[in-house]
Design a protein around this ligand. Structure first.
Ligand SMILES: NC(=O)C1=CN([C@@H]2O[C@H](COP(=O)(O)OP(=O)(O)OC[C@H]3O[C@@H](n4cnc5c(N)ncnc54)[C@H](OP(=O)(O)O)[C@@H]3O)[C@@H](O)[C@H]2O)C=CC1
Ligand SMILES: O=C(CO)COP(=O)(O)O
Length: 351
């Protein structure tokens, strides 16, 4: 079938927004890449580069930088929202003030909002009026921008309450290098994508402490166990956590040198303070805020999340990373699957 060409707005010209703009341009779509930084827009349009975020990459003519959000959104039917979770409400507020005609929004961010405990699709529905929002889609999965921009094989998943909108976003992005699956489980896809960053921080910390592959494997596996428990209690399909947005993203983020969360954790494990680490990163480390949100979610849903809880104390209560590992290793004896099985049993009783 002939691919329908479209002009698409990508909001956020960081690593991920720029890499996704490249995928869309590779599929011959025109891309308006919006940035709140005018200097960066000039660089994109004059030199066809985005050196801060993807230093190796030349951008094709189909990608045009925009500084005006109003111009970016004129006549647009599909918006890709690619800013950090912390900036999402601000950008949605700007869209609300400008946009008059309905559009589909696909967000690609990985986080949960602390305190409100909302997932990103829920924040979007809260900020944008129903008559503006045709559909909300999430795109997530194991996908470092650095590799996507080099056209290396990558797989991701799209999800939505409106699966025909998800299929449309799948069609916009899918190509020989970027394979896009669908999954109707929005909760599972968003929870897996957001919470893997917590485990990546923890995996980085164990590396910084000098621990090896056994510790990393333990964190990834037991990390997935606590993500699955929380997600399942929140209504996700437990099978989603063995997919791309669960174990897939956990693998890539806990093992890749590209991961900002892993790198931040590694520096923490080596003794740097959180402030020093974040100052030097220059890019978003979503796992820090998400640790706070997940810690609150664990309390709200009464789910055991020992790794999240220990990381919370390391990040926000001055606990030493070594002490946190010692606490995790000295926990009372437990069965590997018991807690998840209990949650599934409870769900069956309620159904
Ligand atoms: N990088 C990756 O490989 C992947 C990232 N993601 C997710 O995508 C999301 C974005 O991450 P990523 O692109 O990597 O982050 P970066 O830190 O690389 O870039 C963030 C971009 O958002 C901009 N921004 C920040 N605050 C605002 C604001 N208030 N209004 C407008 N723009 C703003 C930044 O501008 P400025 O330059 O001025 O700071 C920058 O252009 C995150 O949730 C991340 O988890 C998902 C998959 C892969
Ligand atoms: O989500 C990502 C890869 O799938 C990117 O992870 P980091 O934000 O840790 O770099």
């Amino acid at each position: 079938m002939q691919l329908q060409k479209e002009t698409i707005a990508v909001l956020g010209a960081g690593s991920w927004g720029t890499a996704l703009a490249l995928v869309l341009a590779d599929n011959s779509h025109e891309v308006r890449l919006w940035s709140h930084n005018e200097e960066q827009v000039k660089e994109i349009n004059q030199y066809h580069t985005n050196k801060k975020y993807l230093p190796e990459i030349v951008l094709p003519e189909l990608i045009v930088g925009y500084a005006s959000l109003s111009d970016t959104l004129t006549g647009i039917k599909t918006v890709i929202l690619a800013v950090p979770t912390k900036a999402i409400r601000e950008v949605l507020g700007k869209i609300r003030a400008i946009q008059k005609s309905p559009f589909t929004i696909a967000h690609v961010s990985k986080g949960i909002e602390p305190d409100t405990l909302l997932r990103i699709t829920e924040m979007i529905k809260e900020e944008l009026p129903e008559q503006l929002l045709e559909s909300v889609v999430v795109l997530s999965g194991p996908s470092h921008a650095e590799e996507v921009s080099l056209r290396q094989p990558t797989t991701v998943t799209v999800s939505s309450e409106n699966m025909s909108a998800a299929s449309k976003v799948q069609d916009l992005f899918i190509n020989q290098n970027f394979r896009v699956y669908t999954n109707p489980d929005v909760i599972g896809v968003e929870i897996g994508g957001a919470l893997k960053n917590i485990i990546a921080l923890a995996a980085g910390i164990t590396n910084g402490l000098g621990y090896g592959d056994n510790a990393k494997a333990a964190l990834m596996t037991r990390g997935l166990a606590e993500i699955s428990r929380l997600g399942t209690k929140m209504g996700a399909n437990p099978l989603t956590f063995s997919g791309l947005t669960g174990i897939g993203d956990l693998i890539v983020t806990c093992t890749s040198v590209h991961s900002r969360n892993w790198r931040a954790g590694n520096l923490l494990g080596k003794g740097k303070t959180l402030e020093e680490v974040l100052e030097n990163m220059g890019m978003v480390v979503e796992g820090v805020r998400t640790t706070k949100a997940a810690y609150q979610l664990a309390k709200k849903y009464d789910v055991k999340m020992p790794i999240t809880s220990e990381l919370y104390d390391v990040l926000f209560n001055g606990k030493s990373a070594k002490d946190a590992v010692d606490v995790l290793m000295a926990r009372g004896k437990t069965d590997e699957m018991e807690d998840l099985t209990n949650i599934l049993d409870e769900r069956n009783v309620e159904a």
